[in-house]
Design a binder for this molecule. Structure first.
Ligand SMILES: Cc1cc2nc3c(=O)[nH]c(=O)nc-3n(C[C@H](O)[C@H](O)[C@H](O)COP(=O)(O)O)c2cc1C
Length: 336
């Protein structure tokens, strides 16, 4: 087994299991819920460095977090070193525990601008960015990458070496190349190869959908910690399942729905809360009987109270059953 991440050991303890950053998903509401469930660190969705520096109200509001989320990192993306440094300083001033850089986003518009996974093509330029960031920050700097640009250029080992030389605290690796998008499977053998020889902790990421898979990756020494994205949407209890040594988890959907609605309404205006909750209710329903009929019904609602009633009725019928993973492809696109 590789050692756990100890970056926040004194304040928060060892880190093994981390919620993956996901645009449109890991806002302060979902991060709070997952921290409570047991994710040991949380990270915001990617925020535009340009947007932060220009002072865009929307980007700034996306940087907000709740004290109960700590340790919480804010992820930024961009292509210009000076703008990235400015943005990282804004994140630091906001009081985040660390700054995370997105070097994994495969989206065309982002890479065409030289941001996200485009940085993987120029490790020396990446090194310049990371050392400049590091010398301007007091808080830890972390990065999230893919295994490389494409099959012919799987240079994650070199990227990790550069990151370590620049003083990066950990590297999260989504085990696919940029060219793969979300197809195929994450290459955990490559993640293991990199982690074993890495001087800094590696967080392995990709395709973990059960607690036992997550624990196995750690026990078998694939990485120092693991990151879980889509698996936490299908099974919001996944971190609780991982951390409980005995089978004591209860899957109280009704309680989860109440909590999620309450937090969303507290943190957002009603319209935004409604739109976000509608998406989550659809994801939570995956794997339960009659979920497609339920999804159809919620997409016809236009009010948060009506949505809550429908959700409570649907999930109330499921008792304490955990969703069954039907292996269907799920959210095959994203920013990392
Ligand atoms: C809808 C969606 C949005 C995502 N947004 C981000 C993001 O903002 N930043 C990032 O680094 N990765 C992002 N990702 C990638 C995930 O963090 C993760 O690397 C990927 O989903 C693979 O892990 P998983 O199989 O556990 O989901 C996103 C993924 C999805 C599905």
């Amino acid at each position: 087994m590789l050692t756990p991440i100890q970056t926040f050991k004194e304040r928060f303890g060892d880190v093994r299991f981390v919620l993956a950053p996901m645009a449109g998903i890991t806002d302060t509401v979902f991060r709070l819920l997952m921290r409570k469930m047991g994710s040991q660190v949380v990270i915001s969705e990617l925020l535009s460095a340009e947007g932060l520096v220009r002072g865009g109200a929307r980007t700034r509001s996306m940087m907000q977090f709740d004290e109960r989320e700590r340790p919480v990192g804010i992820q930024i993306f961009g292509s210009h070193i000076s703008t990235m440094v400015e943005a990282a300083k804004i994140v630091q001033e906001e009081g985040a525990d660390f700054v995370d850089i997105n070097f994994g986003c495969p989206v065309k518009k982002v890479v065409c601008d030289g941001s996200g996974s485009a940085w993987l093509k120029t490790p020396s330029k990446m090194g310049e960015l990371l050392s400049t960031l590091k010398s301007n920050l007091r808080i830890p700097l972390t990065i999230k990458v893919r295994t490389g640009w494409d099959d012919q250029n799987r240079n994650v080992k070199e990227v990790v070496k550069v990151a370590a030389q620049c003083g990066v605290s950990w590297v999260a690796i989504h085990g696919r190349t940029r060219a793969q998008g979300y197809s195929g499977l994450a290459d955990w053998e490559l993640i293991r190869e990199v982690a074993i020889s890495s001087p800094i902790p590696i967080i392995g990421n990709g395709d973990i959908i059960t607690a036992s898979q997550a624990k196995k990756r750690i026990e078998e020494g694939y990485s120092h910690a693991v990151m879980i994205g889509r698996g936490a949407l299908k099974n919001p209890w996944i971190f609780q399942d991982i951390l409980e040594t005995e089978r004591t988890s209860t899957y109280d959907l009704v309680q989860l729905i109440h909590e999620h609605f309450q937090l969303a309404i507290e943190k957002k205006d009603r319209d935004r809360a409604f739109l976000s909750l509608k998406k989550f209710m659809g994801w939570y329903a995956a794997g339960y009987p009659y979920s497609s009929a339920f999804r159809g019904s919620i997409f016809q609602t236009n009010d948060v109270d009506e949505l809550r009633d429908l959700a409570l009725e649907f999930f109330g019928k499921q008792g304490f059953q955990k969703p069954v993973d039907n292996g269907q492809p799920f959210l095959m696109g994203g920013h990392g």
